[in-house]
Design a protein around this ligand. Structure first.
Ligand SMILES: [Zn+2]
Length: 84
């Protein structure tokens, strides 16, 4: 795991859990409570490769209808051009 922030160079990274948005083709999966290290200075988040692989595998199973997710949400989509 990263010992210092690759983005800003800060050495203080705090273990946290966060919401992770994974994209697979046009499909999105929101995963809650994902462990990460977050930079105290700039907020950049770092994930263990194993964590990302598990999310990717889970999303593949859902996309191929081999597994049901915990729940579905509806998501609003906007183009920035039309944002007031
Ligand atoms: Zn940083």
């Amino acid at each position: 795991m990263t010992e210092q922030c690759a983005f800003c160079g800060n050495k203080h990274l705090t273990p946290k859990t966060t919401r992770y948005l994974h994209q697979h083709d046009e499909q999105l999966l929101i995963v809650e409570g994902v462990p990460c290290l977050e930079c105290d200075f700039c907020g950049e988040q770092y994930f263990e490769i194993d964590v990302l692989k598990r999310i990717e595998a889970d999303h593949r199973e859902i996309a191929e209808h081999r597994r049901e997710p915990a729940r579905y949400v509806s998501v609003a989509v906007e183009a920035f051009d039309s944002v007031r």
